[in-house]
Every structure is written in structure tokens, then in C-alpha cells.
Design a protein around this ligand. Structure first.
Ligand code: GLP
Length: 240
């Protein structure tokens, strides 16, 4: 794991976007793994700006998102599909038919997870996977547990994640309690992983990434077995 410590969120967002710019410049038909949450929004803003300036061309790019709430309609403004359209896809020259997000309306969620995993196997591997991190160490929606799931699956959100994500909803009771998410093995198949960690409330969980322990009680620590992980954090997260 390599760690880059930035002065603030703006610098973190710029450095993160530079990784994507380099990736797409070197391989225009890259497969990107994308994430939601508050942290990547600044990075996406830079990608939009640089696409408008002609610095990045997304026309041959494919993308896979980590997760989606379940059940939720794609046009619900709290869905991750809606988030991706609003915060990135609607503003860049990507072919939307090549942007994949698990289907939050699938009648059979297990079949949808199997389809998503298969699609990734066909079109992947992901060249660069962007990750945020939950305060409890979740990545995608792989929540702390005694065992973790390797493949795309349906999962229940923990109380702590529901509380943390309630800020995006009118009411905490509106937060879906389930989600479809890539599994730990799915994520670890990515060639490169870029994790963004911002804010002092992520300090504790970041410290657990920087020691030598791996534990399913902090799923992100499993990234320590991956050969190419870069963590970009700001000083607030690093110093606490
Ligand atoms: C959600 C997403 C995660 C994300 C996490 C942290 O639960 N499923 O992919 O990393 O939130 O979000 P934030 O960046 O807003 O702290």
C-alpha cells in the first residue's frame, strides 16, 4: 500500500483525478471501477472539467459501479445510478450503455448479482477501482462481519452505515436497509485500487489500514494483500 497525504480535500480530489487521467491516457478503453458517497464528488468534478477542456476522452471507457441500494428505482434521486448520472455521466462524453450499476429493481437479487459478476468477468478486469471507506471499514457495502463474501451479493446494511448515509435522505427510515454490492474478491480482482480517505471521522479506520493487521472486522484491511493499492488521504484523516 502506498499512501499520499494531501493538505486538504481539494488537493486529494485533484491527485485522485490525475490517476484517472493517466489511466485513460495510457489506455483509452480502460475499465473503471467507480464509487459513490461524498468523498469522490470532488474527483468527479475534476474529471468533468478536464473532459470539457479536452484533457480526458471517455468515449471508449467502460465503467462498473461498486454497489446499489436494494430495492430502489434508477430514477429515484437517492439511487446510486442517479448519483452517477448527476455527478459524472451526464457531464462527460461516456457512452452510458457502457456504464454498469447493479439493478436495484431486479426481481431476483441473487440472479442480478450473478449476472453482474459474470458481466465483470466478461468485460473486466477493472483497470482502476476507486474506493471510499465507511467509518466502520466497509468498502462498497461489504460490512464488517465474521466472514466476508467474495462475490457480488445482496447484503444488509449495519446500523452505523444506515446512520452515516441518512444525511443524504429526508429521514433515516427512508434509507434502504439492503444493497447489492461487489464482493471482496470482486474488488481484489481490480488491477489497481485507489482509495480516497477524507476527514477526521475516518482517522481511526485509516490507522487500521496503516498497521500490519488484517481483519474481517475492518473489511478494507483485506486490501493489504493486493499488490497495487494507493491511498490518498487528507491531513484531517491522517492526523485525526
Ligand atoms: C457508502 C458507499 C461506499 C462509500 C461510503 C463512504 O456506504 N456504499 O462505497 O465508500 O458510503 O461514503 P463517504 O465518502 O460519503 O464517507
Amino acid at each position: 500500500m502506498r499512501i499520499i497525504i494531501c493538505e486538504n480535500y481539494e488537493e486529494l480530489s485533484e491527485k485522485g483525478a490525475q490517476f484517472f487521467e493517466s489511466q485513460i491516457t495510457l489506455k483509452p478503453d480502460s475499465v473503471l471501477g467507480l464509487a459513490t458517497g461524498g468523498t469522490p464528488v470532488g474527483l468527479y468534478k475534476n474529471l468533468i472539467k478536464w473532459n470539457k477542456e479536452g484533457r480526458i476522452d471517455f468515449s471508449n471507457v467502460t465503467s462498473f459501479n461498486l454497489d446499489e441500494y436494494y430495492p430502489i428505482a434508477p430514477d429515484n434521486d437517492q439511487s446510486y445510478r442517479y448519483f452517477m448520472n448527476e455527478n459524472l455521466f451526464d457531464h462527460i462524453n461516456i457512452d452510458k450503455t457502457k456504464t454498469y450499476v447493479p439493478d436495484g429493481l431486479a426481481k431476483d437479487p441473487d440472479a442480478e448479482c450473478a449476472r453482474y459478476e459474470e458481466l465483470l468477468a466478461q468485460k473486466g478486469p477493472v483497470d482502476i477501482q476507486l474506493l471510499g471507506i465507511g467509518r466502520n471499514g466497509h468498502i462498497g457495502f461489504n460490512e464488517p462481519d465474521t466472514t466476508l463474501n467474495a462475490v457480488t451479493h445482496i447484503t444488509s446494511l449495519t446500523e452505523s452505515t444506515i446512520e452515516a448515509n441518512a444525511r443524504f435522505f429526508d429521514n433515516i427510515t427512508d434509507v434502504p436497509t439492503k444493497a447489492l454490492t461487489m464482493g471482496m474478491g470482486t474488488i481484489l480482482k481490480s488491477k489497481k485500487i485507489l482509495m480516497l480517505v477524507s476527514g477526521k471521522e475516518k482517522h481511526e479506520v485509516l490507522c487500521e489500514l496503516l498497521n500490519d493487521d488484517i481483519s474481517t472486522s475492518n473489511p478494507a484491511t483485506l486490501l493489504k494483500v493486493h499488490p497495487d493499492v494507493v491511498i490518498i488521504c487528507d491531513k484531517a484523516a491522517y492526523e485525526g
